[in-house]
Design a protein around this ligand. Structure first.
Ligand code: TGC
Ligand code: FAD
Length: 392
């Protein structure tokens, strides 16, 4: 069991930008992570097991549907609060934040945004309480960065649709009760639907041997002539903009979340550099180590400002997908770099489970790939600023 000695750092007094309520919610989540996540996470990650007992607590701190309206079981929080919750959870572990992100932005959000009133009433309150867990199936074996090339399909059979195909790399799949799935209809139009565990022909084999996000359960969704009742189709969306609209929300959460992982690495490196002595003085007294620490804190602070500003724009309904891409791309790369530098400050100890560094670093290797790779987000920004499409 590792001791969590984390102390927050706010070099530019950015807390002044937050309301008392936002700070209170952040503190609640921070306390929960210290008590429930930090003591057990290393062990679960080493064993490559998802700590399913955390689901209840995640629901209680408002991590499932923070910005979904209260009438549907959500917390009705603003976007900055949502971001702060993701930051604190990912300070504990990216895999636990993944579970919360998927449940909120990739399952609850599409049901809330694209679903019928019956779908909202049926699923949202139970998802908010963690009584039901969900996953999001977009990626396929031959369709990753280019989701428009998906081959999973539905065929109209009168009073139901027949679903065939396979999704891959799906967070939460092995234990999810429902899956939000994107598939092409007979006209080649992308439609969204809800598949439920227990439907005949629907299986969720687990993906093993990951070196990253080891405390998160990843799997496939396999559909072999699965009958989907017509009332499980989203009535209010058609086309790739459906799944991509959900990704905006999840990518924004990641832009905040990874700041948490970076803060944890920085905090650990700062403490270690003061406590560890070589050549008769603390590591913190050497210029090379100070350069690392000063640059880490500078980059974290810049990332905080970026995430905060995009959050303000989202609260005002003005954030563009390209702005969110900039924040996701910059902040994940920042966190990965901070983790790598922090690992070096810890010397050999940095590779052990006694410190959170290596786990964060390995987790971030997934985070820089999922929800749009580092390259894809650069191309989104490139297209936004030049007007030229360099994807195809
Ligand atoms: P393109 O022709 O550009 O767009 C098709 C339609 O979609 C609209 N659109 C968006 N709408 C809302 N939000 C966005 N961010 C949007 N981006 C595009 C667009 O306006 C168009 O609408 P319409 O009305 O004209 O039809 O599409 P494209 O095929 O050229 O692809 C563009 C590209 C490459 C940017 C996109 O496909 C992309 O983002 N690829 C990356 C795929 C990705 O991010 N996958 C993530 C899978 S989920 C996941 O990783 C979960 S991890 C969860 C966890 O554990 O935390
Ligand atoms: P590819 O698309 O094959 O890309 C490979 C490389 O080529 C990348 O470096 C990419 O940047 C580059 N590349 C691709 N296209 C271009 C281009 N046009 N120009 C330049 N370079 C390009 N998906 C879900 O649907 N739901 C989930 O819950 C989910 N969870 C995940 C959990 C984990 C742990 C991981 C690792 C992935 C998860 N994903 C999920 C899948 C993730 O979204 C995809 O891995 C990601 O979108 C990239 O797709 P790919 O792996 O097929 O890479």
């Amino acid at each position: 069991m590792s001791l969590d000695r984390f102390q927050s750092h706010d070099y530019l007094l950015l807390d002044d930008l937050l309301t008392d309520e936002q700070k209170l919610i952040r503190q609640t989540v921070r306390d929960w992570v210290k008590k429930e996540v930090s003591p057990i996470i290393e062990n679960y990650a080493q064993r490559a097991e998802f700590p399913a007992h955390l689901i209840k607590g995640l629901a209680e701190i408002g991590a499932f549907g923070p910005y979904i309206p209260v009438e549907y079981g959500g917390m009705g929080f603003d976007q900055i609060t949502y971001g702060l919750i993701m930051q604190e959870i990912e300070r504990g572990d990216s895999g636990i934040r993944s579970t919360a992100s998927v449940q909120s932005s990739l399952v609850m959000y599409p049901i809330y945004q694209y679903g019928s009133e019956e779908q909202k009433q049926k699923y949202l309150p139970r998802l908010a309480k963690g009584e039901l867990m969900g996953c999001f199936g977009l990626t396929e074996p031959d369709s990753g960065s280019d989701p428009g090339s998906m081959v999973t399909n539905i065929k109209d059979k009168g009073d139901y649709y027949l679903l065939n195909g396979a999704k891959m790399w799906i967070s939460n799949a092995p234990f999810a009760d429902i899956a939000v799935v994107w598939a092409k209809d007979e006209n080649g139009k992308i439609r969204g639907l809800i598949a439920e565990r227990g439907m005949e022909g629907f299986t969720t084999p687990e993906t093993h041997d990951k070196w990253s996000l080891r405390a998160s359960a990843t799997g496939e969704l396999v559909f072999d002539n699965v009958r989907i009742p017509k009332e499980n189709i989203f009535p209010n969306i058609e086309g790739l903009k459906g799944p991509l609209g959900c990704l905006n929300s999840a990518r924004y959460g990641i832009a905040w979340g990874v700041i948490g992982a970076a803060m944890d690495c920085y905090d650990s490196a700062l403490r270690y550099s003061k406590e560890r002595h070589q050549f008769g003085k603390p590591l913190a007294g050497f210029q090379l180590q100070q350069k690392k620490l000063a640059e880490m804190l500078t980059e974290i602070t810049k990332a905080q400002l970026l995430a905060w500003r995009v959050g303000v724009l989202r609260n005002e309904g003005r954030a563009t997908p390209a702005q969110i891409s900039m924040a996701k791309r910059n902040n994940v790369a920042m966190a990965l770099e901070v983790a790598r530098e922090a690992r070096q400050v810890h010397g050999a100890m940095g590779i052990t489970g006694e410190y959170p560094i290596m786990r964060h670093m390995m987790n971030l290797e997934s985070v820089i790939t999922y929800e749009g790779t580092h390259d894809i987000h650069l191309l989104i920004t490139g297209m936004d600023v030049t007007g030229e499409n360099a994807f195809k």
